[in-house]
Design a protein around this ligand. Structure first.
Ligand SMILES: [Zn+2]
Ligand SMILES: [Zn+2]
Length: 364
């Protein structure tokens, strides 16, 4: 069928919306009419520095929409179902079997392979990479898989749901699942984008205190205070460690690095408490390295760990996040600004300028 897709053609260049011919769903595939799709940093990161797949490509990995058609072996959803499309996992490897699908042994091939697993693109035209995160949802329609999908209740708008697929579950899951910060623990979050601010809200919901957001943009610091941060720090105003220690004199129990700025992650060693943990979710330039002060790390029992998708098991965690939102304890709707799909490049410019936090593109 003919669809409309925003195609990434060259690193750094605008997306171009053009018709493409999408294959019919195979037995294990599901055709979803996309109603809303979030813009995540990884879309732009892959466009500008393609790894795993080659351009041209259809990106997009926070889709939400309505199932139109299912392949013969699909049982989880049926045409008409409202769905969120999150990352893809295999469901059978040891990590998937133990409730850690974000660390699926086939994650890279299933999400960044640029094609179906047999190497064929979902697009009939040769040469356009597909299957980004098992969906390529910067498009009017996407082919996806049962493991990607979480059914949405009738009262959840697609534009609200879309960011749960990656950004919100990454930020909230980092606090609630990966670091599993206990109530009363102290937390510093570096970076006030969609991931960092979702982490702020989750830390508030968990009962952490203090909750310190480190972020250079004034508007985002102000928003963080409204969303649950107890303190905010402008990293451009001076040394970060003394500013954190002014709030938490013995350091903080948890640091979540959501900015991708290596120097900001490095500075965390200056304000972690004894037995403190540093979680890394912000994606820095390829090849970046942290210098771990070994004597310090050993003496004070520090730990450092990377986090993908907030350690989420979407089938379990997305409904939990929706319930928190419904209860008013995770107001991530406040991060969202919607744009028509055909304004994707203007929306990216707004996001890059820091004037909006989370872009969600609407199909009609
Ligand atoms: Zn797996
Ligand atoms: Zn993402």
């Amino acid at each position: 069928m003919q669809i409309q897709a925003a195609i990434a053609k060259r690193p750094g260049a605008d997306f171009e919306i053009e018709p493409l011919e999408l294959s019919a769903p195979r037995d294990d595939e599901i055709l979803v009419r996309i109603k809303a799709v979030g813009l995540c940093h990884t879309d732009l990161g892959v466009r500008d520095n393609p790894v795993g797949l080659t351009l041209p490509a259809v990106l997009g990995h926070e889709g939400a929409g309505v199932v139109e058609k299912v392949g013969a072996s699909v049982v989880k959803v049926a045409p008409g179902d409202r769905v969120l499309i999150t990352f893809r996992s295999c469901g059978v490897c040891p990590k998937c079997q133990s409730g850690q699908p974000a660390y699926c042994g086939h994650l890279l091939r299933m999400n960044f392979g640029g094609a179906r697993l047999d190497g064929a693109s979902s697009f009939v035209e040769g040469g356009v990479a597909s299957n980004f995160f098992g969906q390529s949802s910067f498009a009017s329609h996407a082919l996806t898989y049962e493991r990607n999908l979480v059914k949405l209740p009738a009262d959840v708008p697609f534009s609200l749901a879309a960011p749960l697929a990656c950004g919100v579950q990454t930020g909230a899951g980092s606090i609630l699942r990966a670091l599993d910060c206990p109530p009363g623990s102290s937390v510093a979050i570096i970076g006030g984008g969609a991931v960092g601010l979702s982490a702020v809200m989750a830390a508030k919901a968990r009962g952490c205190r203090p909750i310190i957001l480190i972020e250079p943009l004034e508007a985002r610091r102000a928003l963080a205070l409204e969303l649950g941060a107890s303190h905010v720090i402008d990293p451009l105003a001076g040394e970060i460690a003394p500013a954190v220690r002014a709030v938490a004199p013995t350091g903080v129990d948890f640091v979540l690095e959501a900015s991708g700025v290596v120097a900001a992650a490095q500075a965390a060693f200056g304000y972690m408490a004894t037995r403190g943990a540093l979680g890394l979710v912000g994606v820095p330039p390829g090849g970046s390295k942290l210098q771990l002060p070994l004597d310090f790390a050993i003496t004070f029992g520090l730990s450092v760990r990377g986090v993908i998708e907030g350690d989420s098991d979407p089938e379990v965690f997305i409904p939990e996040l929706l319930a928190l939102h419904k209860a008013g304890r995770l107001p991530f709707d406040r991060l969202i600004t919607t744009f028509p799909f055909n304004q994707i490049n203007a929306a990216i410019a707004e996001q890059k300028a820091g004037r909006v936090v989370k872009v969600v593109l609407l199909m009609d």
